[in-house]
Design a protein around this ligand. Structure first.
Ligand code: PLP
Length: 380
């Protein structure tokens, strides 16, 4: 199987070293960058920023989008705007990229790690429900963790590799317990659940445009919001809390310089033009992989019913840790990059004292899941 897999990857991507995911700049990227330079607006003010924000808002079906320097700052800002503060608890999954847990820590809040579903790799609504029934109580409309005495302020599910989690159910559980839902949609631009774009199920969500994501601005992020007042506040706080004035500098609170430079937004505008085409090509690559792995009896991750996946990173589930390690070393030795999932957050020294629910599925997936090359080879 491994040898045939290498042949398939080389057939899709050519004979050079095949990375896991690389960006594709075959649209108007160069032209828009040149336009920026010619206009002198290369930094944190410029019309490309506004245009890129509008494109993301329209694409995701949210009313507003606020561009930031990266996905981590966007996620931190979502939590900050949700009122997450010192000593609060925020529920998230242990199977995620470290930025999710870091954003919680930036608020001086404490992560609580809940298990994922095996078939989505995203936060499990049934595990969430079970945890809250065991440990939480509502007092005066506020959700408390009875074990720690702390407030459970927010919940951050993540759509792993672009596969939507059971977000509608997670949202219902959060509503019932008065917990703010903040989606980490960093990996899921172009993914939908029940025809709604991921990141539109709670009040606030974050997207990332880092170099390895489905589209890139070099580095960048976006907050998506429906509420106009909250959107204004997000824009204000991420742009140094400067009160608009033609020439005077006046700031009315401690703000952040999280502004996305115009150069990066220019890249984003061009990338958005090609996104629909990239999604189609990614779908066809997923189909090729799918046919191959079905043929050898290896399980590929697929979106659950009612979900559409952007196919950012394809993933297979091997039978055991031994099979996984064997596959990882064979493929990487043969010029094809493959990668295991992240180490669970609960195993990192910064987070190992955080409360968790046993994380049975997370551990199971951690020792079996492998990502395989998923770039768009070319737009032609
Ligand atoms: C990429 C990513 C982020 C953070 O994005 P950056 O732009 O790299 O800061 C956050 N969460 C998840 C799950 C990610 O994959």
């Amino acid at each position: 199987m491994k040898k045939e897999f290498i042949s398939l990857v080389k057939e899709l991507y050519g004979n050079d070293f095949v990375p896991l995911h690389r960006p594709v700049f075959e649209g108007n990227e160069k032209q828009y960058l040149v336009d920026c330079i010619d206009s002198n607006f290369v930094s944190s003010v410029g019309e490309k920023v506004t245009e890129f924000e509008r494109k993301i808002a329209d694409f995701t079906g949210s009313k507003f989008a606020i561009a930031t320097v990266n996905g981590s700052s966007a996620l931190y800002m979502c939590l900050h705007l949700s009122g997450v503060g010192r000593g609060d608890e925020v529920i998230t999954q242990a199977l995620t990229f470290v930025a999710t847990a870091n954003a919680i820590s930036y608020c001086s809040a404490i992560p609580v790690f809940i298990d994922v579903d095996k078939d989505t790799m995203g936060l499990s609504p049934s595990s969430l429900r079970a945890f809250l029934e065991n440990y939480a109580e509502i007092r005066d409309g506020v959700c408390f963790n009875r074990q720690t005495g702390r407030i459970i302020k927010a919940c951050v599910p993540m759509h792993t590799f672009g596969f939507p989690c059971r977000i509608q159910e997670v949202s219902e559980v959060c509503k019932k317990w008065n917990i703010e839902l903040v989606e980490d949609a960093a990996e899921s631009l172009g993914s939908y659940f029940q025809n709604l774009h991921t990141g539109t199920f709670g009040r606030l969500a974050a997207i990332s445009f880092n170099g390895n994501k489905i589209i890139t601005t070099g580095g960048g992020g976006m907050i998506i919001i429906d509420d106009e007042d909250l959107a204004k506040r997000a824009k204000h706080l991420t742009t140094t809390a400067k009160v608009p004035h033609a020439y005077e500098f006046f700031h009315d609170e401690i703000g952040y310089n999280y502004r996305m430079p115009n150069l990066n937004a220019a890249l984003g505008c061009a990338q958005m033009e090609t996104l629909p085409q990239m999604l189609q090509i990614k779908e066809s690559i997923f189909a090729r992989y799918s046919q191959f792995f079905d043929g050898c009896g290896i399980k590929m991750m697929r979106p659950i019913e009612d979900a559409i996946c952007n196919n950012w990173l394809s993933a297979i589930i091997l039978d055991s840790k031994e099979d996984r390690d064997d596959f990882l070393s064979y493929t990487n030795d043969n010029g094809v990059m493959t990668r295991p999932v992240w180490r669970l957050m609960s195993e990192l020294k910064m987070f190992r004292d955080c409360q968790h629910d046993g994380l049975v599925n997370s551990f199971w997936l951690q020792s079996r899941v492998v990502n395989i090359p998923s770039s768009v080879p070319s737009l032609n």
